[in-house]
Design a protein around this ligand. Structure first.
Ligand code: NI
Length: 197
């Protein structure tokens, strides 16, 4: 191999590395949560908020939206998630105005708009509880691949088993991230900040 040819190969290799470095830099945010961008689910939501107003994802355009499914009688997972989201709101400071936290009930028989209004804003005044008919809630849960089931209690009442993750949508209403239950506020905050950029 001639010296010229060796130098040419070396130069080509350097250019490749430089090009690779460039294409990676500003475009790809490094999410800590599961990136579900391009998913063919979680595209629609049509429910009633805790003030009785009909809501769709279009209402929150320009805001990052988190969607969590739960129920107000939940002893642990749901309140823990809402406390975490309240802490994210606090850490965001003025940017919190561009984050909308949605709490969709999987127990519409008990979680009426009035019940949600007493429960959801107690965690943060901007949080919105969403409910609907049993059919509407079932349809929305299915659209977001959320599983839930009523479990009878020996006492005569019931509790709800439900998927416990949080979905995060960008300002265009596109599903972007999935957070498993318990990832913690710092991880949620990190990725929400990336989506707010
Ligand atoms: Ni729960």
């Amino acid at each position: 191999m001639s010296a010229f040819r060796r130098r040419f190969i070396l130069l080509a290799a350097i250019m490749l590395v430089a090009a690779g470095g460039c294409s990676e830099a500003p475009e790809a945010p490094r999410f800590k949560l599961t990136d579900v961008t391009g998913a063919s689910f979680g595209r629609e939501l049509a429910l009633t908020d805790h003030n009785g107003q009909r809501r769709t994802l279009a209402d929150f355009k320009g805001k990052v939206v988190t969607v969590f499914f739960g129920f107000t009688h939940c002893p642990d997972v749901c309140p823990t998630t809402l406390v975490e989201m309240a802490s994210v709101m606090k850490e965001l400071g003025p940017d919190a105005q561009r984050l909308q936290v949605l709490f969709v009930t999987v127990d519409p028989e008990r979680d009426t708009a009035e019940v949600l209004k007493r429960y959801v804003p107690a965690f943060h005044p901007s949080f919105l509880g969403l409910t609907g008919s049993v059919e509407e809630v079932a349809r929305t849960a299915k659209e977001f691949k959320i599983i839930f089931q009523k479990q009878k209690l020996p006492s005569g009442g019931y509790t709800m088993d439900h998927s416990a993750g949080t979905y995060i949508l960008d300002g265009e209403g596109r599903l972007r991230l999935f957070a498993q239950y318990g990832v913690g506020a710092p991880t949620l905050l990190h990725d929400i900040r990336l989506l707010l950029k």
